[in-house]
Design a protein around this ligand. Structure first.
Ligand SMILES: NC(=O)c1ccc[n+]([C@@H]2O[C@H](COP(=O)([O-])OP(=O)(O)OC[C@H]3O[C@@H](n4cnc5c(N)ncnc54)[C@H](OP(=O)(O)O)[C@@H]3O)[C@@H](O)[C@H]2O)c1
Length: 461
């Protein structure tokens, strides 16, 4: 039997994202011959743990999962109380796995500062026969900079084969993000249009309404650039800018080699990205941050606008604006490709990841009536509208891919290395320049307002 072992089984991520995905997959029959072990410290018994899950999920969103489906899932779930820093946890886990497990999948959804410890314990407590085919999945952050990622990678590779290591970026499991690949590979005209010849600029945004909430200590040390630019936003940039090889859907072997080639091309693309002069970068902090976190002299950025340039023949000179902020006026993540135009009007391809998964094309079309005049229009495709209920949740895809060993949609270590290299260079540039930041009132800014402001400052290169 395959066993999925979650470290952090009582944590926010497991409870709110992973557990609902598991229950849905179980009800659908996707978890046949799979057992789930959840590890945490908080609850001393299986009953207490189950009651906690049931209460949290039915109170939060009763429509998400039925109580019956959650109770059905208990057949597949085993709770183990234990501390990662305590050997006895691994002794108990080993005994449990010895009874039934043929393939172990260790999933680290716990605090990142425990990863090294957990990995060392796994290496020393489990038999070689189990570890040689075992898999490991990790949640971001993957280190804090390039050297720390390389150290983490080294520890992982001491126990696991490279092909059995899964770095999870849940953004890559979202339907609309996966669609970026199809959109380019299967619509040849669009693939040609995505180039400096037709594109004026690209905006890639991740705007949040929330502040830093419970992540105060982590966020103060990390800041917005390391938290989201290094991973989600660079992934989106790479997906939109990469030269997509042609896709052959009908042949699964060709499809696999396509995805492998794509992963290689994405990583290569990152090494061709150039940073802008520091004065073109904007950093901000929401006004209540210092009081909320207790870091009264904090200079941690909670917002950025960073234009990046891809030095390839296809993209040379086109700015890719990466924009992100906490406590903004909107919750929205998106990619907007703005095409050059001789008119005032903007032709654009807009892909929204959150709150709604959708794609819009902004065109000028004829206004209804007898006169020949044009009007602004938006052609719209939305997942919810077009495929009711068909959009699978990111964590279902992630877990299914890990179980089947399909690693094509996970960032590989060379992508993460290149992403850290670039992020470290950006941080050094900002430190050397002693980059100033501005305070912005909570819930006032939008991605659009930030970009408009920059245009009026004439700061866009
Ligand atoms: N939350 C999200 O939406 C999200 C999204 C993307 C990535 N992530 C990443 O996912 C990971 C987990 O995040 P989270 O939000 O779930 O964190 P969290 O709510 O703080 O949960 C931490 C989990 O780790 C457990 N834990 C802490 N110290 C432990 C120890 N010494 N031994 C055993 N277990 C221990 C906690 O167990 P007890 O509470 O029972 O002690 C809890 O289950 C982090 O790496 C985070 O960056 C989170």
């Amino acid at each position: 039997m395959k066993t999925l072992i979650f470290f952090g089984g009582t944590g926010n991520l497991f409870v709110n994202k992973i557990f609902p995905a598991l229950v849905t997959m179980y009800a659908r029959g996707d978890l046949e011959n799979v057992q789930v072990v959840a590890i945490g410290r908080r609850f001393s018994s299986q009953d207490d743990y189950q009651n906690f899950l049931l209460k949290t999920l039915t109170e939060k969103d009763p429509a998400l999962l039925s109580e019956d489906s959650i109770r059905e899932f208990w057949k597949c779930l085993h709770y183990l109380q234990g501390d990662i820093e305590d050997d006895s946890t691994f002794v108990k886990l080993n005994q449990h796995l010895a009874a039934c497990c043929t393939e172990a999948i260790f999933y680290l959804s716990t605090l990142p500062n425990l990863y090294q410890n957990a990995l060392r314990q796994i290496k020393s407590f489990f038999p070689e026969t189990l570890l040689k085919n075992a898999k490991v999945a990790l949640e971001k952050p993957f280190g804090d900079n390039l050297p720390s990622f390389q150290k983490l990678k080294q520890t992982l590779q001491q126990t696991f084969l490279e092909r059995n290591i899964f770095y999870v970026d849940h953004y890559l499991g979202k339907e609309i993000v996966l669609n970026l690949i199809i959109l380019k590979a299967e619509n040849w005209f669009l693939e040609r249009l995505l180039s400096r010849e037709f594109v004026k600029e690209v905006h890639i945004g991740l705007c949040e309404r929330e502040g830093v909430a419970e992540r105060k200590v982590f966020y103060e040390q990390t800041g917005a650039i390391k938290d989201v630019l290094q991973n989600h936003l660079l992934q989106l940039l790479a997906l939109i800018a990469v030269d997509a090889p042609p896709l052959c859907e009908t042949d699964p072997r060709e499809c696999a080699s396509f995805l492998e080639a794509l992963a290689y091309e994405k990583s290569k693309l990152l090494s061709k990205i150039h940073l802008p002069p520091p004065e073109h970068i904007k950093l901000g902090q929401y006004t209540s941050y210092r009081e909320e976190t207790g870091y009264l002299n904090s200079t941690t950025e909670t917002l950025f606008v960073v234009p990046l340039f891809v030095a390839t023949p296809r993209w040379r000179g086109v700015p890719f604006y990466l924009i992100s902020g906490k406590k903004m006026a909107e919750k929205r993540s998106f990619i907007k490709v703005i095409f050059s135009s001789h008119l005032d009007y903007t032709n654009a391809l807009y892909m929204e990841i959150q709150p709604e998964e959708r794609i819009d094309l902004y065109l000028r079309l004829k206004r209804p009536g007898t006169t020949l005049s044009a009007m602004d229009t938006r052609l719209n495709f939305s997942y919810a509208g077009n495929f009711k209920g068909a959009s699978s949740q990111a964590y279902q895809k992630i877990i299914l891919d890990i179980l089947s060993g399909d690693r094509a949609l996970f960032p590989d270590s060379s992508f993460i290395e290149n992403a850290w290299r670039l992020t470290d260079q950006l941080k050094t540039l900002l430190d050397e320049h002693q980059h100033p930041f501005f305070f912005y009132p909570d819930y006032t800014l939008t991605a659009e307002s930030l970009l408009t402001e920059r245009r009026s400052e004439n700061a866009i290169p």
